[in-house]
Design a binder for this molecule. Structure first.
Ligand code: FES
Length: 131
C-alpha cells in the first residue's frame, strides 16, 4: 500500500456488487458464485448499503475459512484489508494495526478486538448473522 493511500485510509478491498448479496431478517446472504473475490485464500470484499449500519468485511482466510467483521479498526475506525499469505488483517491507515482472524489486535495502536459476525456456508451461499 502506498503512503498516499494510507494517509487517506484507502483500502485495496472493494465493495461487492449489490446483485451478489441480499439482506433479510438480520441476515446477509452472499451468492459465492457471484463473489469470485472470495474464492482465493486471502481474498476479500466489503458490503455496504441495504440498511447496514456499518460496512461488513468478508474474507477468505489463508486457512481457507470464511470470516465476516465490522469493517472498522478499533483505533480510528479506518477500513480493514486481508493480508494474503500472512494470515491476518490490516487497517488501512498510516498506523496500520493488524488483527488475527479471531479479531484480536496483533500490532499497532488498536487495543480492542474488531467485531466478528457468525458465518455459515450453505449450498454455495454464505450466510452472515448481523446482530
Ligand atoms: S485507524 Fe487503525 S490503526 Fe488507527
Amino acid at each position: 500500500m502506498s503512503i498516499f493511500k494510507a494517509i487517506l485510509g484507502i483500502c485495496e478491498t472493494k465493495p461487492l456488487a449489490e446483485a451478489a448479496w441480499e439482506r433479510r431478517d438480520g441476515k446477509v446472504t452472499i451468492d459465492l458464485k457471484a463473489a469470485p473475490q472470495l474464492a482465493a485464500k486471502g481474498g476479500g470484499v466489503y458490503l455496504r448499503g441495504k440498511g447496514l449500519t456499518k460496512p461488513v468485511l468478508v474474507v477468505r482466510g489463508d486457512d481457507n475459512k470464511l470470516y465476516a467483521y465490522e469493517n472498522s479498526c478499533t483505533h480510528g475506525h479506518r477500513k480493514i484489508d486481508p493480508v494474503p499469505g500472512e494470515g491476518k488483517l490490516k487497517c488501512c491507515s498510516v498506523n496500520h494495526s493488524t488483527f488475527s482472524y479471531d479479531g484480536k489486535p496483533l500490532s499497532g495502536p488498536a487495543k480492542h478486538d474488531i467485531k466478528r459476525y457468525e458465518v455459515r456456508e450453505n449450498g454455495g451461499r454464505l450466510e452472515i448473522k448481523i446482530v
